[in-house]
Design a protein around this ligand. Structure first.
Ligand code: FE
Length: 197
């Protein structure tokens, strides 16, 4: 497979790995990993096309990297025009950085048997990063902000997110368990990554 410019992704993975070797403080992780993710998404020349393919029916999530100890995972989310997630949570810390296009994110909280918007919808444009976690706000819905184009964001989570048992929410705030899995794609072969380090 043609793997252009994977050095950027390798540097990112190595940086996150070193960060998690050093600390388990969520605030510190979110702050420092935001900087690393910001650097990764600042230049859109490295994501292989195989991990940038939209599906006509629903958004796709491709696993780019899974830490050998499952401390973190890196995923590309590919949004077809107008596609959206259900309202969902993560249960672990996560960072979303937009690589291409733009996303809309609406936070929610469950209150008095209803799902209530938490703050305004905010738009995340290419190059911008936002955090989710049970501490900073974990329930949201994300939509491709563009009605006529694909958008792509790169996500970093503090677990093997495709295997995490988490929830979607209906209008009444009732939870339904889900495990997202990943889109079918071969694993990238990254070099220079401190596997097991
Ligand atoms: Fe999310």
């Amino acid at each position: 497979m043609n793997q252009p410019q994977l050095g950027r992704l390798e540097d990112f993975v190595a940086g996150v790995s070193r960060l998690l070797d050093r600390t388990d403080d969520e605030a510190e992780i979110l702050r420092e990993a935001s900087g690393l993710l910001g650097r990764l998404i600042a230049v859109d020349d490295w994501l292989p096309d195989d991990y940038a393919q939209p599906d006509p029916l629903r958004y796709r999530q491709y696993l780019l990297y899974r830490d050998p100890k499952a401390r973190f995972s890196v995923v590309s989310f590919v949004w077809g025009p107008g596609q959206a997630t259900p309202v969902h949570d993560h249960t672990v810390w996560g960072l979303v950085g937009v690589l291409r296009g733009a996303e809309l994110s609406q936070g929610y909280r469950v209150e008095g048997g209803a799902l209530r918007p938490l703050g305004p919808v905010h738009r995340l444009s290419a190059g911008e990063v936002e955090a989710v976690s049970p501490t900073v706000g974990d329930i949201h819905r994300v939509t491709n902000a563009l009605a006529d184009r694909v958008s792509i964001s790169i996500h970093l989570y503090g677990a093997d997110i495709g295997a995490v048992r988490r929830s979607t929410y209906d209008e009444a705030g009732t939870k339904k368990a889900f495990v997202s899995g990943y889109a079918d794609a071969p694993l990238l072969e990254l070099s220079r990554v401190g596997v097991g380090a």
